[in-house]
Design a protein around this ligand. Structure first.
Ligand code: M6R
Length: 604
């Protein structure tokens, strides 16, 4: 899961475009970065360990005004993040340069074969076998043919780009499971792991499918399969607002993405409610199909999995349709029992998470319909699922997911309400209340003035416990992931009633406990649990429904203006996200690009 980008034009400056494109792809990996340009019989390369800012220092060493090149930003899998392991990699003669995203599973075997045939390797990566294999297949003279032949040998899930100093007017691009999109310009074409890399240059795009090989020149994009059979890929117009992929004055993308949630929620709900009803067709589900759903099996990873847990509670309570929720990396190896009437519902921001995709393919093999709740338009998950509901959150750049999570919950709320109506349990009052959620979101954000002071209390903690019951427990799970991920504080979420079965032993004087309380019917039970931890010295941070807040003897209060508890999760997510954000800022963490992580996990 790296970012790759390419530029090939009649004229123009590939160097500056590639650097700019890499900045937009840096969320995909930031262990090292590099750029290669093909010109006048030479490959010029600059690459370095570390973030793009390090590469920037040596950018001037690359020629300007060269119109053909490729770039890479890396999240290390094979080989440590070092200069040598950074991409692009070259063949022995330094005629060919390649950038690669994904994993070449049979690289050991290929490397040994190439070494035996006299090739010289300079890195520990799996990726470096690609340029050497191309060289072995005559790629220094005919790059396209060599890529075709190499493709027959490579195994794994990957995408790569190749250029040659002897053919400096083409980029050859291959997609096998890792995403690649071609951007179409005037006298110039682009290719990247993600549309955002070229969105400032063009809105015209062609999404490559698995097994596609694209030969891209300044004027043409020829897509075929590995055997040379032409493949028709429709051109699409991207209507994303590029400003949404910029920081717009915020210190971090994460803060911007948290603060824009009320607006984004409006976009997500737009056109999906009429009067007091949810418009099912606007959720991507044809009505007859909605009628067939007897059971739902949610598959997702990380934050999307936590959204699935909220969805389970909503769908079961509102519609009485049973829901199972699995972590995708488990589901795919579990030999799951999927009975007729079951729909596999995959949730994902990127639509490229390898385990989530594998789960969907497994469901498809078993003849079960698949439904995706996804943010990224044109992503693999969106294209490979039977039905799709977009979350319309816009580009989410920070590694920590925020607005994608809350919009996933909103889509699941709409689905729950639609299923409830189908089952004769319509809740027009809740549909009405849903319209007010964006406004309540703004009210919640406006009321969080004291959150920085609370973060200052949390920042020195070694461990934090998050507790809640029902929906609040699902929220607690997301809260603990956020603070782990960006503040690097050890955190655990517990069903509040479980604490006394063991974990209470860890509570001592000053241990921070974040209690989430929006479930009105069981609030008194959670109150008892809060009193239990307080009696053992815990310092309690309460994220509590404003109407009940006065009953809770917490040390620090973050009130949430809840209208209906079933709509509370998105509102209560805001203080959880901001608490983690400010704690991370106070600890001097790299909030948008936390260590060891990347935004899209396209490898297993
Ligand atoms: O793109 P996806 O929603 O499929 O990604 C799933 C997880 O990798 C993701 O939610 C991850 O847990 C986030 N970084 C958490 O903030």
């Amino acid at each position: 899961m790296c970012g790759i980008v390419g530029y090939v034009g009649r004229e123009g400056d590939a160097r500056s475009f590639l650097f700019d494109g890499l900045k937009r792809l840096e969320y995909r990996g930031y262990d090292s970065a590099g750029i290669a340009l093909a010109y006048r019989g030479t490959i010029a390369i600059q690459k370095s360990q570390g973030k793009l800012t390090v590469l920037q220092e040596s950018l001037d060493l690359l020629p300007s005004g060269v119109p053909c090149g490729i770039g890479h930003t890396r999240w290390a899998t094979h080989g440590r993040p070092t200069d040598a392991n950074a991409h692009p990699h070259t063949d022995c003669q330094k005629v060919i340069a390649t950038v690669h995203n994904g994993i070449i599973e049979n690289f050991q075997e290929l490397r040994e074969e190439l070494l035996a045939n006299g090739h010289h390797f300079t890195s520990e990566t799996d990726s470096e076998v690609i340029p050497h294999l191309l060289e072995a297949y005559g790629g220094t003279d005919d790059l396209v043919n060599a890529v075709r032949r190499a493709e027959e040998r490579l195994r794994g899930a990957y995408a790569f780009l190749a250029i040659s100093s002897r053919q400096p007017d083409i980029i050859v691009a291959v997609r096998r499971s890792s995403p690649l999109v071609v951007g179409i310009g005037e006298g110039v074409n682009y290719v990247a792991s993600d549309i955002s890399a070229f969105l400032t240059m063009t809105r015209r795009a062609q999404v490559l499918e698995n097994g596609d090989l694209a030969v891209i020149t300044p004027e043409t994009v020829n897509i075929s399969n590995v055997h040379g059979m032409p493949m028709l890929r429709p051109e699409m117009t991207i209507d994303w607002d590029i400003r949404k992929a910029e920081r717009r004055g915020y210190a971090h993308f994460m803060l911007k993405e948290i603060m824009e949630q009320p607006d984004v929620w409006g976009d997500c709900l737009l056109g999906r409610i009429r009067d007091e009803r949810v418009l099912v067709e606007e959720l991507g589900l044809p009505l007859p199909h909605l009628g067939e759903i007897r059971r739902i099996h949610v598959v997702a990873a990380g934050t999307a999995y936590h959204a699935g847990l909220v969805g389970k509670a909503l769908i079961e309570r509102l519609a009485r349709v049973p829901v199972d929720v699995s972590v995708a990396s488990e589901f795919r190896y579990q030999d799951p029992v999927l009975e007729p009437g079951t729909v596999v519902l995959a949730i994902s921001q990127s639509g490229e998470t390898a385990d989530t995709l594998a789960s969907v393919y497994l469901a498809r093999e078993q003849g079960v319909p698949t439904y995706a709740v996804v943010n990224t338009v044109g992503s693999t998950l969106a294209r490979d699922s039977d039905y799709v509901a977009y979350t319309h959150a816009g580009p989410e750049i920070a590694v920590a997911s925020t607005k994608a999570y809350t919009t996933q919950i909103l889509v699941l709320t709409l689905l729950a309400l639609a299923l409830a109506e189908r089952n004769g349990r319509a809740r027009p009052d809740l549909v009405r209340a849903l319209r007010r959620v964006p406004m309540l979101g703004q009210e919640t954000l406006d009321g969080l003035n004291n959150i920085r002071a609370m973060a200052a209390e949390l920042m020195r903690s070694r461990d934090v416990f998050y507790i809640g019951r029902g929906l609040d427990y699902a929220l607690a799970m997301e809260g603990q992931l956020k603070i782990k991920e960006i503040a690097y504080i050890h955190a655990e979420a517990y069903a509040a009633g479980e604490m006394k079965h063991g974990t209470l032993a860890l509570i001592e004087e000053g241990t921070p406990v974040v209690a989430v309380v929006t479930e009105r019917t069981i609030a008194r039970k959670t109150l008892s649990n809060i009193l239990e931890v307080k009696a053992r010295g815990a310092e309690v941070f309460g994220i509590i429904d404003a109407q009940m807040a006065h009953q809770f003897p917490v040390d620090h209060l973050l009130p949430v203006p809840v209208s209906d508890p079933l709509l509370a999760p998105v509102l209560a997510a805001l203080p959880l996200q901001l608490l983690a954000y400010w704690t991370a800022v106070d600890r001097g963490r790299d909030v948008d690009q936390p260590r060891n992580l990347a935004k899209s996990v396209t490898v297993e």
